[in-house]
Design a protein around this ligand. Sequence first.
Ligand SMILES: [Zn+2]
Length: 343
Amino acid sequence: MEAWAPEALAYSWDRVGLRIGDPDDTVGGVLTALSVTRGAMFAAGEAGANLIVSHHPFPFAPLETVNPKEPDTQLCLGLVQGGMSCYAAHTNLDVAPGGVNHILAAQLGIEDAAPLLPVEQAAQVKLSTLVPGEHLAEVCANVREAARGALWENAHWRFTPAGLIDPGGATEPESARQRFEAVVLEAMAPRVAAAVREACPGDTVRFEVQPLKSQDPGVGLGAVGDLAKPVKLDAFAQHVREQLGIAHARVVGEDRKVQRVAVIGGSGGGEIEHIPEDVDLLVTGDVKYHQAQFAEDRGLAVMDAGHYGTEIGIAEGIAAYLKRELDGLPVTAYTESDPFRPV
Ligand SMILES: [Zn+2]
């Protein structure tokens, strides 16, 4: 999960990673879910899983008292007593390439989706250090190994003949050392530094870290792209309902043709004011009344397909990823039900 959506990409207020469990436990099976619920806990038990990987962190709010009559405590105790661990990839999976929003965009037929809104976590830094010549091959191999996955597509690094800068004041021949420079996501910098250091046993490798103004274009909130051809809003909304398997949805705006479609899985109503002018339609969840009015005023069509509908696909998405990455480990996707029903 760290290779796909590192914890360092989460918003600072979020609570991601291992929420319940001992990091040294052995995983015998995984259940993936949107939320950790009683249903998910029972399904995990039935599937023989001892780890739930969810999008919504649990517990999220700190437990102030341990009262078994309180639902969150009950669930927490049930998980602990059942030997079940819980890991969450939340806002880090909202902004990571191939995450929640790219899965949603693909479900809706949005082609070549790109991140919709910039986020601070996309900041890049330049790392540089001097690498002893005898460790060059090992450094290359380690950095390549550390840099697997879509998050590294916009990173780059190079070695250049050193000699001009030598903070240690060493007198080795210039050819013995190479300057290693890497432009990477700030969130990835510790991993690159560790990979280089591991390749240079016995050497003190000091890094200069320079914050850059550039952002990784692959990291951002939401996703945006074009439909293959313009379609009428109401017809597309029906298509979205069918694709997401949801019983109800609401649309803001007159029926008209739309082609450039943005998605924000979960609660996206608060982002309406930040949606670029060229977007015809935003598909999201949890849109409030005044947010809908604002969208109508500015001429942006919005489909509220629900928090559930716009995020439930992530359970299958995480399962598909883990099956691909963890050969032989049993992985089951759990589909919770929408707490809302139309009347
Ligand atoms: Zn959510």
